[in-house]
Design a binder for this molecule. Structure first.
Ligand code: 4AD
Ligand code: MG
Length: 480
């Protein structure tokens, strides 16, 4: 494998004086002399110096922004500021031109493109500093997650993407079928006969691997899933994707408190890992974040920089309180008294994003774990509390994001679970395999789901979830 620009810039002393070849894409070519090359391995560019007297003009003309090049030269200590080393070019070859007029007129314009524009240019946005940084951090986060679980004795479990089960019971699923949409087979009642479909029954893209993960946890002890998840909710917000990635640990013998401890430790570890390993990209995004903040009206600005926000999560305990306490806090707030919430606050309701953000950003000014939610607004599998009204659920709320994690202790008592199925209209026949675990050595257990993209939003300061996944899928959009 060739030398990357990251190798060169991180370990410049090792390469000084050597003649090497580097391949990458031209970011800029100034004064017919200074070539900035980026190969994606790192944010920084390599400066290559071309003596324009040595090379024919027609070759030099090919060196335009966006073109790919192989450059051979000698590594020397830079006399200019801004870089420790540079390359004195002996030979170069343009591997791919970037000369097409339409490209030059649009994406290659040397200006700052808007994020909206870049979303329509999936191929080009990878070439920008911002998205380079975001996707390198996305990689680092994924690695940190696997590392965390591996070192803590968890087993990585692959749960199915095509599934007949509806874990969340929310009914917001994508149907997977090979039936002819125009002319599907019908049963005697005139309904679509899914018995004739590929799997012989209706199936969907998974909304969660949790139910399957519970089966594994009740044998392997500690497991986690990390995979694509699909929700057909028609919410076109900056925090929802139709296809996102979820991490779902599930642990036998954990109760809700242990589940909260695990979540907090896990989230802190990811933050610490990124602070330690992605410094350059983070500093770049921190600057970007500060520029963005400075353009907002004073009252909407973040008091803290991106780096401070991440460090704060690492250094401080999360605030823990019950849903019922949170409702009290909201009702007693001046914000509520001055009628500044759009939605009213009543016990039993699902908290709106404005309420969650008030708690995190105005009231406690730190990440918050809310627990013990009303049973009626949470999924059937959550463990019923003694009070009869609430379940052992927990949501983690993050500044600027709102809900980042949802989890619970699971209902391990067969009869209670059966009653819940009945109350929620869930077919025991369909879920026989899940219920069966409550008959053979059932045990307390708990788990949670982290939305990968929401975590990356927090770590990069990007405010639209479409900008932290390479190919976003949202209502009416599945381009590329
Ligand atoms: O709260 P949710 O729906 O929880 C579950 O699916 C449980 N089965 C998890 C578990 O206990 N194993 O989703 C978990 C997290 C949310 O907190 C959020 O971060 C993310 O998944 N999420 C989404 N992210 C992007 N787009 C969407 N449409 C999302 N829906 C949920
Ligand atoms: Mg949730």
């Amino acid at each position: 494998m060739g030398i990357t620009i990251k190798d060169l810039l991180c370990d410049s002393a090792k390469y000084a004086g050597l003649t090497i070849t580097v391949k990458g894409w031209i970011r800029a070519f100034r004064s017919n002399r200074f070539l900035q090359i980026n190969d994606g391995s790192t944010l920084g560019n390599l400066q290559a110096i071309i003596d324009f007297n040595v090379f024919p003009e027609e070759e030099l003309r090919k060196l335009t922004t966006g073109a790919s090049v192989a450059v051979e030269g000698q590594v020397v200590t830079s006399i200019g500021t801004g870089q420790a080393i540079e390359l004195l070019v002996l030979r170069f070859e343009v591997l791919g031109l970037a000369a097409a007029a339409d490209v030059q007129k649009t994406v290659m314009q040397p200006k700052r493109h808007s994020l909206d524009f870049l979303r329509e240019q999936a191929h080009f946005r990878f070439r920008t500093n911002t998205f380079g940084a975001v996707f390198r951090i996305r990689h680092a986060v994924s690695y940190a997650i696997h590392h965390y679980f591996h070192t803590n004795g968890f087993y990585y479990l692959n749960t199915p993407i095509v599934t007949g089960s509806d874990a969340e019971g929310a009914g917001e699923m994508f149907r997977v079928t090979t039936l002819d949409a125009k002319n599907p087979p019908l049963d005697s009642a005139g309904k679509v006969d899914f018995g004739k479909d590929f799997f012989g029954k209706p199936v969907n893209l998974t909304v969660s691997g949790q139910l399957e993960a519970e089966l594994a946890a009740l044998a392997l002890g500690k497991v986690y899933t990390f995979g694509p998840t699909f929700r057909a909710e028609n919410s076109n917000t900056s925090r929802h994707l139709a296809e996102f990635w979820m991490i779902e640990p599930e642990v036998a013998f954990n109760d809700l408190r242990a589940n909260m401890d695990l979540t907090e430790d896990f989230l802190k570890c990811i933050c610490r890992f990124v602070l330690e390993n992605c410094q350059e990209d983070l500093r770049f995004l921190d600057d970007r974040d500060q520029q963005e903040q400075s353009q907002k009206p004073q009252h909407e600005r973040n008091e803290w920089s991106l780096l401070e926000r991440i460090q704060f999560v690492v250094d401080n305990p999360f605030k823990r309180l019950t849903y019922t306490e949170a409702i009290e806090v909201l009702k007693n707030s001046n914000h509520y008294k001055k009628k500044k919430f759009k939605y009213d606050v009543v016990w039993g309701m699902d908290l709106q994003s404005e309420h969650e953000r008030y708690l995190v950003e105005k009231e406690f000014k730190c990440p918050v774990i809310l627990r013990d939610y009303p049973a009626a607004i949470k999924a059937f599998y959550m463990r019923a509390n003694e009070d009869g009204n609430t379940v052992a659920a927990m949501d983690v709320l993050f500044p600027g994001i709102g809900e980042i994690v949802g989890g619970s202790q699971r209902e391990e008592r067969l009869e209670v679970l059966q009653q819940k199925c009945l109350a929620f209209g869930i077919s025991e026949k369909e879920l026989w395999w899940y219920l069966e675990t409550r008959k053979i050595g059932t045990a307390p257990h708990a788990g949670f789901g982290l939305g990968l993209e929401r975590m990356i939003m927090f770590l990069t300061g990007m405010t639209n979830i479409r900008d932290v996944i390479p190919f976003p899928r949202t209502p009416l959009n599945a381009s590329f």
